[in-house]
Design a binder for this molecule. Structure first.
Ligand code: FES
Length: 152
């Protein structure tokens, strides 16, 4: 998660950083050492986690990521959202963010799910007029919302 690492290294540039992570089980969180280590203790960082299936000592949220999104946690007019993960999650998170009032140009989506060759030759990654591998892989929802099957 280079983006988060970069954001956290420049935390002074942001009013706050709101991070929401989901995983199937507590053991499957990526960056566990950071999520359960220093990140929650950084001033200005809010982290909430949720899992599909609780086990062990987990006493946190159980459910999909949209369950831990809350309009009150963000200053929507002055915020950007960065969304990465399985397409179905990205779809419903984007719907929630739009409901919160996010501008489509302020929602950044990591769309590398269909990439194959990675250098513009196979065409597997085409998203409308874009080669995800060459033009992205991150796009705003505003850039790609008109194209069909962006969540497939
Ligand atoms: S991944 Fe092959 S053209 Fe983009």
């Amino acid at each position: 998660m280079r983006v988060s690492t970069s954001i956290l290294s420049a935390i002074g540039d942001f009013k706050s950083v709101v991070c929401r992570f989901g995983a199937k089980t507590p053991e499957e969180f990526i960056y566990k050492n950071d999520l359960f280590g220093p990140w929650p203790h950084i001033e200005g960082v809010q982290i909430k986690l949720t899992v599909d299936q609780a086990n062990g000592d987990w006493d946190g949220s159980v459910g999909v990521v949209t369950k831990i999104l809350d309009r009150k946690d963000v200053d929507v007019a002055n915020a950007v959202a960065i969304v990465c993960g399985p397409p179905i999650m990205m779809r419903y998170v984007t719907i929630s963010l739009l409901d919160f009032g996010f501008d489509p140009g302020s929602i950044y989506l990591s769309m590398e799910k269909n990439m194959s060759c990675g250098f513009g030759k196979c065409g597997h990654c085409m998203l409308g007029k874009y080669y995800v591998c060459k033009d992205g892989p991150v796009f705003t929802f505003e850039q790609i919302q008109k194209y069909p099957k962006i969540w497939d």
